[in-house]
Design a protein around this ligand. Structure first.
Ligand code: UDP
Length: 457
């Protein structure tokens, strides 16, 4: 804990999507461990997802509070109860959702006006350009919390988001809208006091240095998931409360050989066609490798359910494979010693979690920064192999390709061993970065000093 002249108060504002809420929640814990008062802006339904954070905060005396703001979905053109991107019934509603989030600006301004002392700083995730307007209005420094890598940040500085990187259903009109949102986000980032990135200096040193040349006050503060040390923190991270079965997975995982299981998950938002899900299933079945396969959100369609039941799929793979239909305790599974491979959509949080757990990856990107992360995993870090998705030509990945990639990743050949060794080395480096006197730990201290100096001036 650093000595402080004034009690600092950080206001954290995540985009209401699991891949923003989860790392920002972890970051809140890290800040609170440094003695900072933290408030997180949320909405009533999202607040329920913070249950475990609040329990832990009370237990460990961390000063973290939630500020729920009313989010009238139906008035805002969204279906009832859609307070998080992962509850939207279609990816076509992303634009409406982004716009709806902006309506939180006014109530948030009122909250800030009512506070006895104004917050020392605002930390908000990259997509929320309207939070910069609040920061400017109240003269509060804002730091952008980036949930993507430096490598991806640099790539996206050079190249505007290509149509092939947008979700499948995106129309040309929506694609233009996305470009205008991207423009606004970049504009607000340039006005921010600094940038916090969920990565660590040693993971991508060249790209961190390059990014620091074009942006001011860059602090790499991750991997923030490593703040979760106790079993209940690891199991309940981002939990929707739909999994009542963690302990049976754990018993099953405990019975498996070390590094023998492949974990298959496509994050909180990816929407796949039924045919693609079927090819993945058939690939897993024919690979003969033990697996845990997550099918969640929009992917649990009636077609998928019917196919699983017509094929008697779960019965056929019983003992060797588990399907979780719903929110999975990803960090718990990845950190289990029996897990030796990760078939991933390459979301940045998932990528980092794979790295911290020392699990090599099969890359199956679908949109946005996921294609950049694939390049980082396969070509730069050399800790994964491609399943063979073509960015420009989105064709179905066939079961043979899924099977081939799994067998290639999980075999005992020289290449696989080298890949495992490199991933393990990065896992060790990630832990060192977060330890006292590690690079990310020191960067968090530097950030706090930066805020302190602004407050004292
Ligand atoms: N996650 C999880 N259980 C699930 C699905 C996702 O815990 O069933 C977590 C995962 O550990 C990660 C986050 O949700 O922290 C997903 O973020 P990521 O950037 O990987 O992908 P996105 O959801 O943005 O596609």
């Amino acid at each position: 804990m650093i000595s402080q002249d004034k009690q600092l108060h950080f206001l954290l504002i995540p985009l209401m999507s699991q891949s923003h809420i989860i790392p920002l929640t972890d970051f809140a814990k890290l800040l609170a461990q440094h003695g900072i008062n933290v408030s997180i802006i949320t909405t009533p339904l999202n607040a329920q997802r913070y249950k475990s954070l609040i329990t832990q905060s009370l237990k460990f005396n961390l000063k973290i509070q939630l500020i729920p703001l009313h989010f009238p979905c139906e008035e805002l053109g969204l279906p009832k109860g859609c307070e998080n991107m992962d509850s939207l019934p279609s990816t076509n509603l992303y634009k409406e959702f982004f716009l709806a989030c902006e309506t939180l600006k006014k109530p948030l301004e009122k909250i800030i006006q009512k506070l006895e002392t104004k917050p020392s700083c605002i930390v908000s995730t990259g997509g929320l350009s309207w939070t910069q307007e609040i920061a400017d209005k109240f003269k509060i420094p804002r730091y952008v919390f980036q949930t993507i890598s430096c490598f991806a940040l640099l790539c996206s500085q050079e190249i505007e988001t290509r149509n092939s990187q947008l979700p499948n259903e995106t129309t040309t009109k929506q694609s233009d809208d996305v470009q205008s949102v991207v423009h606004q986000i970049k504009w607000s980032q340039n006005l921010a006091r600094g940038t916090l990135i969920n990565t660590f200096d040693e993971l991508e040193p060249f790209y961190v240095d390059e990014y620091k040349k074009i942006m001011k006050n860059v602090f790499c503060v991750g991997p923030v998931s490593l703040c979760n040390k106790k079993v209940d923190e690891i199991i309940n991270r981002g939990n929707e409360g739909s999994v009542d079965n963690e302990h049976s997975y754990l018993t099953w995982l405990n019975s498996m050989k070390p590094k023998s299981v492949v974990y298959v998950s496509f994050g909180s938002l990816c929407h796949m066609s039924f045919l693609q899900i079927k090819e993945i299933g058939l690939g897993l079945e024919s690979s003969n490798v033990p697996f845990v396969w997550i099918i969640r959100g929009l992917n649990v369609s009636s077609e998928v359910k019917k196919w699983l039941s017509d094929e008697n799929f779960e019965e056929k793979v019983k003992g060797r494979g588990i399907i979780i239909k719903g929110w999975a305790p990803q960090l718990m599974i990845l950190s289990h010693p029996s897990v030796g491979g990760f078939l991933t959509h390459c979301g940045w949080n998932s990528t980092l979690e794979g790295i911290t757990c020392g699990v090599p990856m099969i890359t199956f990107p679908m949109f946005a920064d996921q294609f950049y992360n694939e390049k980082l995993i396969v070509d730069v870090l050399k800790i994964g192999i491609r399943v063979g998705i073509e960015e420009k030509n989105k064709v179905l990945v066939k079961k043979e390709e899924v099977k081939k990639a799994i067998n290639q990743l999980m075999n005992e050949g020289f290449e696989s061993k080298e890949r495992r060794k490199r991933t393990k080395e990065l896992a060790i480096m990630s832990k060192e970065a977060m330890q006292e006197s590690g690079s990310s730990y020191l960067n968090i201290k530097l950030l706090i000093q930066d805020v302190m100096q602004l407050v004292n001036n």
